[in-house]
Design a protein around this ligand. Structure first.
Ligand code: ATP
Length: 236
């Protein structure tokens, strides 16, 4: 397993946001965590990234216990996040935003090669490379946030609610890109989503998160057929 969580506990004061989360992601897998508003999806990814501290449990990445590693150490180890609402730097250009993805890296990268690959994935970013990121649409900002994470050659990409606020056509496009990155480039991805249909559609395995606990897990195809998932998350 590339990533293994054991009994993760997260609190905000008295609020018990994650209560004993255990999950794993194998190298090369695309795994999704689906859950409603407030289920704890962002807390899970932020805790994995080291932004939110865990009160208990462990996080193992590439065979190493990283539970007490700070954010920059986790980033250097190859974990990158596409945060909720993209959080691009609005006053920096598209190009400068991409460069921020390389900050703090110790290994050298072929920047020109990486940029041309990213521009081929998202031509709009090349067209707008000199524009301020604030002038991009929501969908373009998500593409920029994904590209900013990819420029650092991550071993594990964490994706937080990438579909939020996007038009259905753009949701399809962004999910297609994630699926392609996994299928054709072997990128390991853990995504958390409210859009159950889209995320079950591209992932091989999924977990269902409800009020801080995993209540169901299994192959995504099986969960798509599960009556509890169909009723609560697919509106069927
Ligand atoms: P959303 O889809 O709304 O982002 P989520 O599934 O990502 O929801 P979280 O944002 O992780 O859920 O929130 C889980 C629980 O923790 C919620 O009850 C939320 O109100 C609470 N929570 C999250 N962040 C904080 C915080 N900084 N301080 C206090 N409570 C918080």
């Amino acid at each position: 397993m590339l990533l293994e969580l054991r009994d993760l506990q997260v609190f905000y004061g008295d609020i018990h946001a994650l209560d004993g989360i255990s999950l794993s992601v194998a190298e090369g897998e695309l795994v999704s965590v689906i859950g409603a508003n407030g289920a704890g999806k962002s807390s899970l990814l932020n805790c994995l990234m080291g932004v939110v501290p865990a009160k208990g449990g462990s996080v193992t990445f590439a065979g190493k216990d990283i539970s007490s590693m700070p954010v920059h150490g986790r980033a250097r180890s190859g974990i990158r996040i596409v945060p909720e609402r993209a959080r691009v730097f609005p006053r920096l250009s598209v190009y400068e935003n991409l460069l921020t993805g390389c900050f703090g890296m110790r290994n050298t990268i072929d920047l020109a090669g990486k940029l041309s690959w990213l521009y081929s994935l998202f031509p709009v970013l090349e067209e707008r490379k000199s524009q301020l990121a604030s002038t991009l649409s929501g969908g373009e900002q998500q593409m920029l946030a994904i590209s900013r994470a990819l420029i650092a050659d991550p071993k594990l990409l964490l994706v937080d609610e990438v579909s939020m606020g996007l038009m259905p056509m753009l949701v399809d496009k962004v999910f297609e890109v994630l699926s392609m990155l996994n299928r054709d480039h072997g990128l390991t991805i853990l995504l958390v989503e409210q859009n159950a249909l889209a995320s079950l559609g591209i992932s091989s395995r999924s977990y269902v998160l409800e009020t801080g606990r995993i209540v169901l897990e299994g192959p995504s195809g099986r969960l798509l057929e599960d009556p509890r998932v169909r009723e609560a998350y697919l509106g069927l």
